[in-house]
Design a protein around this ligand. Structure first.
Ligand SMILES: [Mg+2]
Length: 148
């Protein structure tokens, strides 16, 4: 049976202002079994511009999944989450919140804003890699993402 996933790479939007975390995520996903294209933006305003194809993002694809940091310059992750889940044409895109915060308030607030899952980024380098690989395996291989 034809499977569009087999030919079309998954488009991932990573919203991350920490260049180290972005680079590490990029390195892990480069070796992914699932073909993917990683798009990186560094703040919430850019994320919304990407999603609405504004400015330099006219040719941006619709992401299949969003990896979202919470603490971001200009427009933070909570506002991005709210804006996406409030918009009918965008709300089906799964959002994986990845943040350094393990604060209960942040976790509850993210789920209240309809985050699809919440992950606390580990400080340990090896553990970070493991977690990105687990996200890759679960969200790109096991989960059925919404069809386009
Ligand atoms: Mg940050």
């Amino acid at each position: 049976m034809p499977n569009s996933r087999a030919v079309q790479p998954i488009d991932i939007l990573l919203v991350e202002d920490n260049p180290g975390d972005a680079r590490l995520t990029q390195e892990v996903l480069k070796d992914s079994k699932v073909k993917n294209t990683l798009h990186i933006v560094t703040d919430g305003v850019e994320a919304m511009d990407f999603l609405y194809r504004r400015g330099s993002f006219q040719a941006a694809p619709r992401p299949d999944i969003i990896l979202l940091d919470l603490n971001l310059p200009r427009m933070d992750g909570r506002e991005v989450l709210h804006a996406i889940k409030d918009e009918e044409s965008l709300r089906r895109i799964p959002i994986v919140v990845m943040t350094t915060s393990d604060d209960d308030h942040d976790i509850l607030q993210a789920y209240d804003l309809y985050a699809n899952c919440y992950i606390t980024k580990p400080v340990d380098f090896q553990r970070f890699i493991e977690i990105v690989k687990t996200i890759e395996n679960f969200w790109f291989s096991i989960v059925r993402l919404p069809p386009d």
